[in-house]
Design a protein around this ligand. Structure first.
Ligand code: HEM
Length: 382
């Protein structure tokens, strides 16, 4: 339990943290990796270079500080992060390392302004926040289908679009349970010429695991830091090779009452978990509106799978090609969505933000909209 005095110090330091949040987390990562270079086998180096994880961590700490009187408000976000941590095999013993280095970084960046009282308040508060994560992750470890990363053999690779390939993998030892639609797996690779292991999450395309787990990877070519792992998988991994996988994870699943219609909406490779939802919800006889936004027809993945649903009365398809008709907007979506459905969507953070804005314009209640961005979700929700 935090005392009122500790809480008031935390509240008083929020503006300072907001001002220096990124500087603190940048110093934190630099220092932590100097002290614990083994952690470079866990953290995403591309995210580090692009500053993505810096922002995620800074925002989470500030969000927690803002909700210090009612930390339960951040539980839904912690749940999503806890799934990712479990998938990456982050353990209880890692938390003190992050804590020590974060507190060091606060002191380092704030200098004399970081009084012993402030350092003490943040040390205690970090302990409380870390415990929320640790307890939630403990429960996920108890349920995980297999422990650690286990070898799976690649039995099929398919070009799903110009930039997306799917990989089907099986294990000799593990009989994989049916997948929950919307989940992802986490792959651990060690590309030649790289010093460290690299871990990445990829969404699973199908709930049917009888012939293996099928997941999709978009070749990331954007910017100077093109995706190290996606390019490695696209260029180097062949049928017969082995990949290390941790157990499926994620809480982006369809939980709408059976009588409700659903809208499945995706941008780009965000169609991957949405395909698993389409397959699963169609089996239940659900009425589905499937909306996909892509640059053009060539960029649309899973065309063969989509064709299988073309004669189904319960499934309606809408494709938006932004190259020719621009982005999805209120006018287009008002023709499709009546506002009574539950909406599930997946895509980039930018796509999610744009769609949430359109839903606001359409007066669709946020509680009807469930989403998973390829990136930290808290930056959108808090
Ligand atoms: C991802 C917060 C502890 C390793 C994340 C994300 C957040 C976060 C917000 C982004 C999630 C997303 O992509 O949706 C926190 C907080 C912690 C904590 C608030 C402490 C209370 C730890 C610890 C470790 C760790 C102890 C391991 C030493 C990672 C890794 C990722 C991640 C490897 C994936 C992103 C990347 O590799 O850049 N965490 N985390 N975290 N976290 Fe944590």
């Amino acid at each position: 339990m935090l005392t009122e005095e500790t809480k008031s110090i935390i509240k008083a330091t929020i503006p300072v943290l907001e001002e220096h949040g990124d500087a603190i987390t940048t110093a934190f990562y630099k220092h932590m990796f100097e002290e614990h270079p083994e952690l470079l086998n866990i953290f995403n180096k591309t995210n580090q270079k692009l500053g993505r994880q810096q922002t995620a961590l800074a925002q989470t700490v500030i969000a927690a500080a803002k909700h210090i009187d009612h930390l339960e408000a951040i539980i839904p976000n912690v749940n999503q992060i806890a799934h990712k941590h479990r998938a990456l095999q982050i353990k209880e013993e890692h938390y003190p390392i992050v804590g020590e280095n974060l507190i060091w970084a606060i002191g380092h960046v704030l200098g004399d302004a970081a009084t012993p009282e402030i350092i003490d308040a943040w040390t205690k508060t970090y302990g409380v926040i870390a415990d929320v994560f640790i307890q939630m992750e403990k429960a996920l470890y108890e349920e995980e289908e297999w422990h650690d990363f286990k070898p799976f053999k690649v039995i099929d690779i398919k070009e799903e679009s110009a930039e997306i390939k799917s990989y089907t993998v099986i294990s000799d030892d593990i009989k994989v349970q049916p997948i929950k639609a919307g989940q992802y797996i986490t792959v651990k690779v060690h590309p030649e010429n790289e010093e460290n292991d690299a871990l990445r999450h990829y969404s699973i395309c199908s709930v049917d695991s009888t012939k293996g787990i099928k997941f999709a990877v978009k070749r990331d070519v954007a910017g100077s830091e093109k995706g190290m792992v996606s390019n490695y998988l696209h260029d180097n991994v062949k049928v017969g090779d082995e990949l290390l996988l941790s157990a499926p994870a994620g809480e982006f699943t369809v939980d709408a009452p059976q009588e409700k219609d659903i809208v499945l909406i995706s941008g780009g490779v965000g169609m991957t978990p949405i395909m698993a939802m389409l397959e699963d919800e169609d089996k239940k006889g659900r009425n589905i509106k499937f909306i996909h936004s892509a640059y053009n027809r060539d960029a649309v993945p899973f065309k063969a799978e989509i064709k299988k649903f073309h004669n189904k009365e319960n499934v309606q398809f809408f494709f938006n090609y932004s190259e020719s008709v621009g982005r999805l907007n209120k006018a287009k979506l008002t023709d499709i969505i009546n506002g009574n459905e539950e909406i599930y969507m997946c895509g980039s953070v930018a796509f999610m933000e744009a769609m949430l804005e359109v839903f606001n314009e359409m007066n669709i209640d946020r509680s009807q909209v469930h989403f998973e961005p390829f990136g930290p979700k808290m930056s959108i929700t808090i």
